[in-house]
Design a protein around this ligand. Structure first.
Ligand SMILES: C[S@@+](CC[C@H](N)C(=O)[O-])C[C@H]1O[C@@H](n2cnc3c(N)ncnc32)[C@H](O)[C@@H]1O
Length: 261
């Protein structure tokens, strides 16, 4: 008899049982640790979510009688370069009205993929700057790709929050908002932030599709009337500096800070 063999044969079930128990034990321990870690992670996440929710100002559905539109998703960014845009908006004429000069600091707020940003950059020259702000990183990524392709260097991009464009105080000569303001879920916070970011002589150039005109074929919540624009901007410390009424489908209104109130 081979003692080793005999011993081995006799102890096989015990060994197998111990090995099985060890594997099951390890699996239970591992599962327990993962579950505990997940639980902890979820707890941390929900704490983070809760504190974020507390610090985020609540967005609006309506503002001063106007239904706020949902932001245009980056998936539809091709729409911003549609060829009909030239006839419907005459972007060249709109840009001419901005009277951009060398050295100006201009913010394209709600820049999208940079349709206007890229045209403005050469107009402010190497001593000036265009700051493109958007809430969708995909829009800014496409803008950055175009900047590199066109070798344009005087553009900064900022990923803003719904309520905060993250601009420096008194740093901007002109804030351009084309087809954007009506999408702000936090119009009061955004206008307050813009007020702070504008230099004392700074202005807003506000471009919105005309709600008064039924031939402007844009969904109603993406259009604004002059009366509504005035109501909202006056309520937030702005007044009209000048207006340009000759764009095909849009209002172009220049706003300045009204410090008399
Ligand atoms: C209809 S697109 C217009 C883009 C660009 N101005 C143009 O004319 O081609 C509106 C853009 O505004 C952005 N937007 C909406 N709310 C915003 C906010 N609070 N701050 C910055 N961008 C915002 C959207 O992400 C979207 O890219």
């Amino acid at each position: 008899m081979n003692p080793t063999k005999t011993k081995t044969a006799r102890n096989t079930p015990v060994f197998a049982f111990r090995a099985f128990a060890l594997i099951v034990g390890a699996a239970v321990w591992a599962y327990g640790s993962i579950a505990a870690a997940q639980e902890k992670g979820e707890a941390n996440q929900s704490t983070a979510d809760k504190s974020r929710r507390v610090s985020e100002p609540r967005g609006l559905i309506n503002y001063l009688g106007r239904r706020i539109a949902s932001p245009m998703g980056y998936q539809h960014m091709d729409w911003l370069s549609r060829p009909e845009r030239i006839q419907e908006e005459n972007p060249q004429e709109m840009l001419d009205q901005l009277k951009l000069k060398d050295g100006m600091v201009v913010c394209d707020l709600g820049s999208g993929d940079g349709y206007h940003t890229l045209q403005m950059a050469p107009k402010v020259g190497p001593t000036g700057k265009v700051i493109a702000v958007d809430i969708q990183p995909q829009m800014l990524q496409e803008l950055s790709r175009r900047m590199a392709a066109n070798k344009i260097g005087n553009i900064d991009t900022i990923l803003g929050d719904l309520w905060d464009p993250k601009l420096q105080a008194e740093s901007i000569d002109l804030v351009l908002m084309v087809d954007v303001y009506h999408e702000f879920s936090h119009p009061v916070q955004m206008l307050s932030a813009i007020r702070k970011a504008l230099k004392p002589t700074g202005r807003i150039a506000l471009v919105e599709f005309r709600a008064e005109d039924p031939t402007v074929l844009i969904r109603p919540e993406h259009k604004m009337s002059k009366a509504q624009i005035l109501k909202e901007y006056k309520a937030n410390g702005f007044r009209v500096a000048s207006e340009y009424d000759k764009l095909p489908w849009q209002h172009l209104m220049f706003m300045e800070k009204d410090d008399t109130k």
